[in-house]
Write a protein that binds this ligand. Structure first.
Ligand code: MLT
Length: 334
């Protein structure tokens, strides 16, 4: 009688342990805020294809574009509590969950794709990945790259800080970005990404800011006329996996996910290099007017770095963290 009970118990335990370290096929749900044609889509498809190949077809990904599974910040939360497998988002939407990731969104710190790659792919990026696991319960699998966040609006050409007067600009719910616009004299409107197209269409806000591939994929050209080539924020767009989902996988499957993530990082940089100018030209053909900030953006830079940086030293890990970052990028400390 006892041995029958033990045998049953052992069988049940074996089934449970098989389920928690799956050797069976899994289709991961991957949410994305942006639509078809975006850098998020390109990166996610590269990840899916690498995962399918590396796992010999055992694992796959179903991609849910256009915030179908909720706003970007909601999807980080869902992944953190394990009800969603994966999400790809813009870094500003990660910062509320992991303040040290704010270093990636501090204005004018990252000044090119190459600098974004340098920061995210070495020890610095590994440290950020580990902090994000602890702070937010999500793990960076891929460092995606969207390009600079360009300002768009429906009312007037903007080339100087003074030209911003009178514009209502939506920004993500991220204190660093909000304070940056305040340093330029505006009262920006924080809003979830999933609500932005409707807000632009109904003129609840006059403008927003995002990379070219995002503007194009979201069809913002239908509701926005003017673009300003600001370079204040280079959009890092990671693919995140729920840490609890990741830990439920076998070691072999974890390795496959990490390798697929690395391949998607390379593919994301290649997509940006290949597509950014082409997409900008397409948007011009579709009627958008593109403007360069005057004096190489000097006044935007001066205000944002002087006023905004000191406000966030504590949250990013101290002024030493900023100086270490600037040193990696070959620039002078503050
Ligand atoms: C945002 O503005 O909330 C994000 O940049 C949206 C995106 O990821 O494209």
């Amino acid at each position: 009688m006892f041995s029958k009970f033990v045998k049953t118990l052992l069988a049940v335990t074996a089934v449970i342990s098989l389920m928690s370290t799956p050797t069976f096929a899994k289709t991961f749900k991957l949410a994305a805020g942006d639509g078809p044609g975006s850098s998020q889509e390109a990166t996610a498809l590269a990840f899916k294809s690498a995962l399918e190949k590396l796992s010999g077809g055992k694992h796959s990904v179903t991609l849910f574009l256009n915030s179908q599974l909720g706003s970007e910040q909601d999807t980080v939360n869902d992944a953190a509590i394990g009800v969603l497998d994966m999400t790809t988002i813009a870094a500003p939407n990660l910062v509320p969950f992991s303040p040290t990731a704010g270093i990636l969104t501090l204005p004018y710190v990252i000044q090119s794709l190459e600098e974004a790659e340098t920061l995210t792919q070495g020890d610095f990026g590994n440290e950020l990945r580990d902090t994000t696991i602890n702070d937010a319960g999500v793990r960076v699998l891929t460092w995606g790259y969207g390009g600079f966040r360009r300002l768009t609006n429906s009312k007037q050409p903007v080339t100087s800080v003074a030209d911003l007067e009178g514009l209502v600009i939506r920004v993500p719910k991220n204190e660093i970005l909000l304070e940056t616009y305040k340093s330029w004299g505006l009262s920006p409107t924080p809003m979830a990404w999933s609500e932005v197209f409707a807000a632009l269409q109904t003129k609840v806000v006059d403008g927003q800011e995002n990379p070219y591939s995002t503007i194009y994929s979201m069809k913002f050209n239908e509701v926005q006329k003017y673009v300003t080539n600001l370079r204040y924020n280079f959009s890092v767009e990671p693919i995140l996996v729920s840490e609890s989902v990741f830990q439920s996988l076998s070691e072999a499957d974890q390795k496959i996910l990490l390798e697929a993530g690395r391949k998607a990082t390379a593919a994301s940089a290649a997509f940006l290099r290949e597509s950014e100018e082409r997409i900008q030209a397409n948007l011009e053909k579709l009627g958008m007017e593109i403007h360069e900030p005057e004096n190489n953006e000097a006044e935007f830079i001066e205000r944002a770095t002087k006023v905004v940086w000191p406000q966030f030293y504590d949250s990013i890990g101290g002024v030493e963290k900023l100086n270490a970052t600037l040193e990696i990028l070959g620039r002078d400390p503050v």
